[in-house]
Design a protein around this ligand. Structure first.
Ligand code: NAI
Ligand code: MG
Ligand code: ZN
Length: 281
């Protein structure tokens, strides 16, 4: 996805539409096939596309993607349906899923910054930049992105996994937390792990990152090592946590998340270390 600077809906040959509904994303669902609505689909819906946000051109195609909000009461003729964003990861595949995530974040930003946060004047779109400007006091509102660390903590050949008290999925995962004002990411890691499970960590190393459009997080992944302390969960956010060996893991998150990538990479590391030790015998 070339992240071209957004322009107004250009008179492009082909457009694909990301219709962001309060309950998810509108897609064409025909059997197992899922696709984004076409110009023809959108033309038959009574929605105003004048404020559409250009998301960029789909890799290697002449198709330009546009995001626009649609109301909860929009009538959707078959095969158009509303799908929860997370449920679209498998049917859409990576590139299209993250495009839908980008659409959800752009529409969330535009719908929550219609008025200036300083003087309540209606904001206006800035040409050629994803920004809303207040004509009265000049305040600029760019899309909100909330940095959140996510960290896999190791202790010898075990990993710290926790079950979130609020999660309905029931799986165990690595720890995560939003950065607070004035913190470095390394400080967030130490604070969040101390707050959530009561142990001290060291040796934080960058792993990778991932946009997380629920609604506007940016996940920054790290590994770290246990330094001291025994697990004592906070009981509010974390219901249970423990140290798990690679061959006896509890239920873990699906492939969509960087949490799963962190865990998979650690398991692969453990197996490679064991294999090397076998060879060395
Ligand atoms: N992609 C992945 O693998 C994973 C993503 N996540 C995401 O990471 C983010 C942080 O995870 P949590 O453990 O929930 O955060 P956290 O441990 O900082 O606690 C969440 C609390 O932070 C506060 N909060 C909510 N939105 C905030 C924001 N934008 N900035 C600052 N504070 C905020 C609220 O009080 C909320 O209860 C969430 O968006 C969560 O969905 C969490 C685990 C895995
Ligand atoms: Mg957390
Ligand atoms: Zn203002």
């Amino acid at each position: 996805m070339s992240n071209v600077r957004p322009t107004r809906p250009a008179d492009v040959s082909q457009r694909t539409w990301l219709l962001v509904h309060p309950k998810g994303i509108v897609v064409r669902r025909e059997g197992d096939a899922v696709a984004f609505p076409t110009d023809e689909d959108v033309a038959q819906l009574a929605i105003d596309v004048s404020g559409a946000h250009h998301l960029g051109r789909l890799e290697g195609s002449e198709v330009d993607a546009f995001a626009v909000a649609c109301n909860a009461d929009v009538e959707l003729p078959a095969p158009l349906v509303v799908s929860n964003l997370r449920e679209l990861f498998i049917p859409l595949g990576d590139a299209q899923f993250w495009l839908a995530g980008r659409a959800a974040q752009v529409v969330d930003w535009a719908s929550t910054h219609r008025f200036c946060g300083r003087c309540a004047t209606a904001t206006e779109r800035v040409e050629n930049e994803r920004c809303l400007r207040c004509p009265a006091c000049g305040l600029l509102s760019y899309p909100r992105i909330s940095p959140a660390i996510i960290v896999l903590v190791r202790r010898d050949d075990r990993v710290l996994l926790a079950r979130n008290a609020r999660s309905t999925y029931g799986f165990y995962s690595v720890l995560a937390g939003f950065s607070e004002i004035g913190e470095s990411l390394e400080e967030t890691i130490v604070r969040e792990v101390r707050e959530e499970v009561g142990v001290e960590v060291t040796n934080a190393r960058y792993f990778g990152s991932q946009p997380w459009p629920f609604p506007h997080s940016l996940m920054i992944g790290f590994t770290a090592d246990w330094r001291s302390g025994e697990i004592r969960v906070d009981g509010e956010e974390i219901a249970h946590a423990d140290w798990f060996p690679a061959d006896a893991l509890p239920p873990i998150p699906p492939r969509l998340s960087i949490a799963r990538s962190l865990i998979d990479a650690w398991v692969a590391d453990i197996h490679a270390t064991r294999a090397a030790a076998e060879v060395g015998k």
